[in-house]
Design a protein around this ligand. Structure first.
Ligand SMILES: *Cc1c(COP(=O)(O)O)cnc(C)c1O
Length: 398
C-alpha cells in the first residue's frame, strides 16, 4: 500500500471514532444574512440564539454602507502585510478608535483575535518570565502561551486563592503576566478583575484580558470588564475581536500600553507575516466605533433583553448559571438530554446549541443561549415558550 492509502485508513478510523463518540461537527447552512431571524437551507426560518452577534450588528445597514463606500474609495484588498505596503489611513484610524474606546494608549490590528493571542506572548516574554493563566482560557491563548518560552502556571477558573498560590510560586521569575478571558464562554461568568488587579499589585504582576466575549457587552457602555470593575486604562494588555459584538465580520486587536504595542509591531509574527485586514472591514469598524460613541442604545437593549430572558427562564423553573454577560447557560447536566432538547427546540423554530463533555465538565451538560440586542421581546418570548414546552416534555421542569 502506498503512503496515502495508509494515512487515509488512519484518518477514516479516527473520523469514525469522532462520530461514534457523538463529537462529529456538521455545519448548518444559512441562506440569509446573520441575524435574530435566519433562514436555513431546508427553507425553515428560525430564531437564532447561538450567534456571537451580541449587538445585532452583523447585518447593520450603516456598517454595510461604510464597507461599500470603502470598497469604492480604497479598493478590495491590500495584498501586503502592514509594514511593507499594507497600511492605509483606515487602518490607523481604526487602531486609534479602538484605543479611544477602551481608554488605552495604542492598538495593533490582526486578522483575527486568534492571531492577536497567538502573537502576543512570544515577542514580550522569555524563559526568565512567568505566565499565570486561567484554566478556562480560550484555545488561542493556550496556543499563544505554547509558542512562548516563559514558565507556565495555571490557576483554577476565577479561583483567587489558587491564583495567589501560583503568583507566590512565580516570584523567582523576572516578569509575571496574569492572563484571563474577560467572559468565559461556557458559563458566561466574568473574570473577577478587581481581585486579579489587587493580587497583581501585591505580587508585582501585569495583566492581560481577552475581551472577545465582553467587549461591546459588559459594562454600562459595553467597554468590557475594565469598565465593569472601574479599571479603564489600568490593564497592560487587552485583546479582542471584531468578529463578535463589533459587527461579526473578521479582525482582531491587541490594545494597551504604548511600548507593548510598539514591540508587537516589531516582533509579533502574525502581524509581520500575515496580510492586512481589507479596507471595507477597517472602514466598517471605524463606523461601528463612531456608533458606539454616539449612543448606548444597543447596550441598554442587550442588558434589558438579558435580564428579561434570565428572569423569565428562572420563573419557568430552569436552572440558569449566574451570568454577568449575555451568555446564559441553561443547565441540564445530562449529555443526551442537552442534545435531545436542542433538537426539539429547533423543531419549535429556535436555534440553540447543546454542549457536553469534553467541551464542558462531565455531568454539566447545558444549552448555551446567547442573547442579542437584535432580539425583539417577541423573539425572547417565543424562545422562553419553546424552552418551557420542551422542558416539560422532557421532564426538565414541572
Ligand atoms: C472568539 C474568541 C477568540 C477568537 O476570535 P477570532 O477573532 O474569531 O479569531 C479569541 N479569544 C476568545 C476569548 C474568544 O471568545
Amino acid at each position: 500500500m502506498d503512503t496515502y492509502s495508509n494515512f487515509k485508513k488512519y484518518l477514516q478510523d479516527e473520523l469514525s471514532d469522532i462520530k461514534s463518540a457523538g463529537l462529529y461537527k456538521n455545519e448548518r447552512i444559512i441562506t440569509s444574512p446573520q441575524g435574530a431571524v435566519i433562514k436555513v437551507s431546508t427553507g425553515q426560518e428560525v430564531l437564532n440564539f447561538c450567534a456571537n452577534n451580541y449587538l445585532g450588528l452583523s447585518d447593520n445597514k450603516e456598517l454595510i454602507e461604510a464597507a461599500k463606500e470603502a470598497m469604492d474609495s480604497r479598493g478590495f484588498g491590500m495584498s501586503s502585510v502592514r509594514f511593507i505596503c499594507g497600511t492605509q489611513d483606515l487602518h490607523k484610524q481604526l487602531e486609534a478608535a479602538i484605543a479611544n474606546y477602551f481608554g488605552t494608549e495604542d492598538t495593533i490590528l490582526y486578522a483575527a483575535c486568534f492571531d492577536a493571542n497567538g502573537g502576543v506572548f512570544e515577542p514580550l516574554l522569555t524563559d526568565q518570565d512567568a505566565i499565570i493563566s486561567d484554566s478556562l482560557n480560550h484555545a488561542s491563548i493556550i496556543d499563544g502561551v505554547r509558542l512562548c518560552k516563559a514558565v507556565r502556571y495555571r490557576y483554577a477558573n476565577a479561583d483567587m486563592e489558587d491564583l495567589e498560590k501560583q503568583l507566590q510560586k512565580a516570584q523567582s521569575q523576572r516578569f509575571r503576566l496574569i492572563v484571563t478571558d474577560g467572559v468565559f464562554s461556557m458559563d458566561g461568568n466574568v473574570a473577577p478583575l478587581d481581585k486579579i488587579y489587587e493580587l497583581a499589585n501585591k505580587y508585582n504582576a501585569m495583566i492581560m484580558v481577552d475581551e472577545s466575549h465582553s467587549a461591546g457587552v459588559v459594562g454600562k457602555t459595553g467597554r468590557g470588564t475594565t469598565e465593569l470593575f472601574d479599571l479603564k486604562g489600568q490593564i497592560e494588555i487587552i485583546t479582542g475581536t471584531l468578529g463578535k459584538a463589533f459587527g461579526g465580520a473578521i479582525g482582531g486587536f491587541t490594545t494597551g500600553k504604548k511600548e507593548i504595542i510598539d514591540m508587537l509591531r516589531q516582533r509579533s509574527r502574525p502581524y509581520l507575516f500575515s496580510n492586512s485586514i481589507p479596507p471595507a472591514i477597517a472602514a466598517a469598524g471605524i463606523r461601528m466605533f463612531e456608533m458606539m460613541d454616539r449612543t448606548n442604545e444597543l447596550q441598554d437593549k442587550l442588558h434589558a433583553n438579558t435580564d428579561y430572558f434570565v428572569t423569565k427562564m428562572q420563573e419557568a423553573g430552569f436552572d440558569i448559571k449566574p451570568t454577568q454577560s449575555s451568555i446564559c447557560a441553561v443547565m441540564l447536566y445530562d449529555a443526551k438530554l442537552s442534545q435531545d432538547m436542542a433538537a426539539r427546540m429547533l423543531d419549535e423554530g429556535i436555534y440553540v446549541t447543546g454542549f457536553y463533555y469534553p467541551v464542558v465538565p462531565k455531568d454539566l451538560a447545558r444549552i448555551r443561549v446567547q442573547i442579542s440586542a437584535g432580539h425583539k421581546t417577541e423573539h425572547l418570548d417565543k424562545c422562553i415558550a419553546a424552552f418551557t414546552k420542551t422542558g416539560k416534555e422532557l421532564g426538565v421542569i414541572k
